[in-house]
Design a protein around this ligand. Structure first.
Ligand code: NAD
Ligand SMILES: O=C(O)C(=O)C[C@@H](O)[C@H](O)[C@H](O)COP(=O)(O)O
Ligand code: ZN
Length: 369
């Protein structure tokens, strides 16, 4: 991704009450000062500690640009999404006398942007945040749209806030160092955007699965910008997941996530997010088929596109009871009622309210190994 001459960065504007831009290209961190805007004196850089070159590099550029910079390194991946890590960041901001005119910059994958967004949302009840995502998954999904959060013992993302960033800088050179399995994990969210809203994404992946399975593939830029555009269109009209804007609103972005989050929890976060939601999407495709909503061919398309990318499509049969318990804390649940995002057709997400235990068990049987 980093060799040769580079095309100009793509700019996707996320609408809503406070619109912001997502830039996708090379050397985009040059735009940081612009996105931070006037009046910012201090910048807290929250970076994944396993990426010290990235975090330190961004901190250095900000220092050179005249900001007082506080670098806060946080644990790698999901370990960052805890109340303890958030509290440590609040302590650091307090020591630095960080005020409402100061700003946070996140550098890392989706776990880091979720944590940093949450710290920004809660410090002084909200300070500006700019995300610099370094994984595919964070570029196409986590850093965009303002969902922030941490996990609790009861489950994934149970504490959080909607706090849109002032901007998102997706520097494609970061993808050069991204391990292959992390790329594939991000592709699960890209493909999700294909199933719920933009089937051209599926066509692109299916036309060259080997190319789509690597960051250097021919359609990388288009796949990234299309997935971001899907997310931007959804969150612009339904930031807080209230169902605004017709259709089912923002809940559609949770396609595959009810079972997916349960798998992540049951696996103690040793499965990648994209791997878990890939199984979750095959499960809800089977559920939709069991309910007579979609054809066997569309279910098969889920399996074939995920398999072609090397994503899992099955989960162990003996965990159904614990998965069902974990799914009860899903944010889409209402009291005892479980609700699932399913498809009525390709690109037509709807909510399946209270599927019967028989339907759920049959759908799980079809994805279990
Ligand atoms: N807020 C949202 O809307 C939203 C959307 C989707 C996912 N998420 C959350 O995002 C998280 C998953 O994000 P993720 O897949 O980016 O995982 P991650 O943040 O755990 O990062 C995955 C791994 O990649 C490493 N890494 C990051 N960038 C790298 C780079 N450029 N080179 C080498 N290694 C790099 C990280 O250190 C980590 O080990 C989950 O917690 C999920 O719940 C949030
Ligand atoms: O942005 C959204 O809305 C999503 O649902 C995007 C998901 O890909 C993402 O994993 C999100 O963190 C899930 O949120 P949650 O509300 O189910 O915790
Ligand atoms: Zn997700």
């Amino acid at each position: 991704m980093s060799g040769g001459a580079h095309a100009a960065a793509a700019r996707i504007t996320v609408g809503g009450p406070a619109p912001y831009d997502v830039l996708v290209g090379h050397a985009v961190t040059r735009e940081l000062a612009d996105l931070l805007g006037p009046g910012v004196a201090q910048v807290g850089v929250i970076a994944s500690q396993s990426l010290n070159d990235f975090g330190a590099g961004v901190a250095e550029k900000l220092t050179e640009a005249g900001y007082a910079v506080r670098l806060m390194e946080v644990p790698d991946g999901e370990e960052a999404k805890t109340a303890g890590v958030a509290a440590a960041c609040w302590e650091a901001l307090g020591e630095a006398n960080f005020t409402r005119s100061d700003a946070i910059v996140s550098v890392g994958g989706g776990a880091t942007t979720d944590l940093a967004g949450f710290v920004a949302a809660t410090w002084l009840r909200g300070v500006k945040v700019v995300h610099v995502p370094t994984t595919l998954l964070a570029m196409v999904d986590a850093a965009v749209g303002g969902k922030t959060g941490i996990n609790t013992a009861a489950g994934k993302n149970l504490v959080g806030s909607f706090h849109p960033p002032a901007g998102v800088l997706c520097g494609l050179a970061a993808l050069d160092t991204l391990p292959g399995p992390e790329w594939i994990s991000g592709m699960a969210e890209v493909v999700k955007a294909g199933f719920i809203a933009d089937p051209t994404i599926l066509d692109l992946v299916e036309s060259d699965p080997a190319g789509a399975a690597v960051a250097s593939g021919p359609h990388t830029r288009e796949l990234i910008t299309r997935a971001i555009q899907v997310k931007a269109d959804v969150v612009a009209v339904d930031l807080k997941e209230t169902g605004a804007g017709g259709s089912i609103g923002r809940e559609m972005l949770n396609y595959g996530h009810t079972l997916g989050h349960a798998i992540e929890k049951v696996e103690d976060y040793h499965w990648r997010h994209g791997e878990a939601i890939a199984v979750g999407m095959v499960f809800v495709a089977e559920l939709a088929h069991v309910q007579g909503r979609i054809s066997a061919d569309l279910v098969a398309r889920h399996r074939s596109v995920f398999s072609a990318l090397g994503l899992p499509t099955q989960y162990r049969a003996d965990r159904w009871d614990v998965l069902q318990a974990a799914m009860r804390v899903d944010k889409k649940a209402r009291g005892d009622r479980l609700r699932f995002v399913v498809l009525d057709d390709l690109g037509v997400p709807v909510i399946a309210e209270s599927p019967t235990p028989e339907e759920l068990t049959e759908a799980f049987r079809r994805v279990s190994a």
